[in-house]
Design a binder for this molecule. Structure first.
Ligand code: ADP
Ligand code: MG
Length: 392
């Protein structure tokens, strides 16, 4: 048993006694490119990372759900018959929200009879995905719990259904209006592959990254900052995108391409125009990145990463001084490309760097943060890894 599984199993015993029926895990993700495009029915290109949340689970005879997490004190209990979105708060809203969404899916209709044949469960979570760093620790929790319940409840739901269940939990129970990217990455990741996600039809395609072949890898620069207006900022960006789509007479910004930009400039106020321009150009950059990977290899995608950052900084206005410094430093130190990643207003940046340069780039970024008087960032490599799975 590897260390993570050992830890998960021991933590389960410490909380619930005895041994779990099994262990499941799901990874966090970084988004290589395609930011705020998911709720605009556009393209995103995330990858699952080598940091995972493990859930040790055991079915019960009754209808009680008990969840514990090594990241939080205490055990939270809920009855399967009394699960309602409004009643769930705090961190337990993520795992119990998944149980709620899955019991509805099991009933097929979300009606009163939902999940009548399901058993209670003891669930113990351990994780090495940093929370709130833009690496989607929330999806890692949701997807680990989703695959565990899917197996122990014998539901046979496919990965796309599981992704929607995770999203439903996050939207309706946690109350975060997020898209489906994070769950898709966590469920569908493969080693050395990114997941090209078309959020209009939820079609996904695994695309070889070839980072190792290019002698390069991704560094995450977690600025360890998060800004209090992040939720409001996210919601207001969504609204601007909806306003822009309405004014342009389309159901979503996905329907627009670069050729629509002049008309958008005429029709929209200056700020909405910039929001719309980010989405339109970002969708194109995702497709360009995939084409460059396939045609020329990883060393060719730098310009798209860099342009994506500029678009988020200037047009979508979701970057921060810390993220800008991380990206600029990485670029000055010779990274192939760099951009902030995730929803913005704090969190992490990524830099694609040649392996020989990684130490120097990381050291240089840390020094520029120290010079600026910023909180020391956490800088670490990530590799594209496999998606949610049963481990034991
Ligand atoms: P991100 O997904 O970018 O890490 P979010 O704010 O979406 O940030 O999700 C973080 C939240 O997810 C935490 O505040 C906590 O409620 C929940 N969470 C993350 N990791 C764990 C964990 N190991 N155990 C329990 N809850 C967790
Ligand atoms: Mg999240």
């Amino acid at each position: 048993m590897n260390q993570a599984l050992q830890r998960g199993s021991e933590y389960f015993s410490s909380q619930f006694g005895g041994a779990p029926d099994g262990l499941w895990s799901a990874p966090g993700r970084v988004n290589l490119i395609g930011e705020h495009t998911d709720y605009n029915e556009g393209f995103a290109f995330p990858l699952a990372i080598d940091k995972r949340t493990t859930v040790a689970a055991r079915a019960r005879e009754d209808r009680l759900l008990r969840v514990a997490s090594s990241a939080f004190p205490g055990v939270v209990e809920a009855n399967l018959d009394a699960l309602t979105p409004d009643a769930l708060t705090g961190w337990a809203a993520y795992p119990l929200g998944v149980a709620w969404a899955m019991s509805r899916a099991a009933a097929g209709d979300g009606g009163a009879s939902s999940g009548a044949r399901l058993t209670g469960m003891d669930l113990a979570l351990t994780s090495n995905v940093p929370a709130g760093a833009g690496l989607s620790s929330s999806a890692a929790v949701e997807c680990a719990v989703a695959v565990a319940l899917n197996d122990l409840w014998g539901l046979g739901l496919d990965r796309q259904e599981l992704a929607r269940i995770g999203q439903l939990a996050e939207n309706k129970v946690v109350g975060a209006p997020t898209g489906i990217m994070d769950q898709s990455a966590s469920l569908l990741g493969e080693p050395d592959h990114g997941i090209l996600l078309d959020c209009q039809n939820l079609l996904t395609e695994s695309v070889a990254l070839g980072f190792a072949a290019a002698g390069a890898g991704l560094l995450v620069i977690d600025t360890r900052t998060s800004h209090s207006h992040a939720d409001g900022g996210y919601a207001s960006r969504r609204r601007s995108c909806e306003d822009g789509a309405r004014a342009m007479g389309v159901g979503s910004l996905r329907a627009l391409g670069p050729e629509d930009l002049p008309r958008a400039a005429d029709l929209l106020d200056e700020k909405t125009y910039r929001r719309v321009r980010h989405i339109i150009t970002e969708n194109q950059r995702v497709l360009d990145t995939v084409a460059a990977l396939r045609g020329s290899g990883a060393a060719a995608i730098g310009p798209f990463l860099n342009a994506s950052h500029v678009s988020m900084r200037d047009d979508f206005e979701i970057s921060t001084p810390e993220l800008d410094l991380a990206v600029a430093s990485a670029q000055e130190l010779g990274a192939i490309g760099a951009r902030m990643t995730g929803g913005g207003f704090g969190g992490a940046a990524i830099a694609l760097v040649r392996n020989d340069d990684a130490g120097r780039v990381a050291g240089g970024i840390a020094r520029s943060f120290a010079r600026a008087g910023y909180t020391a960032p956490a800088i670490f490599p990530v590799t594209a890894s496999g998606g949610a799975r049963r481990d034991l």
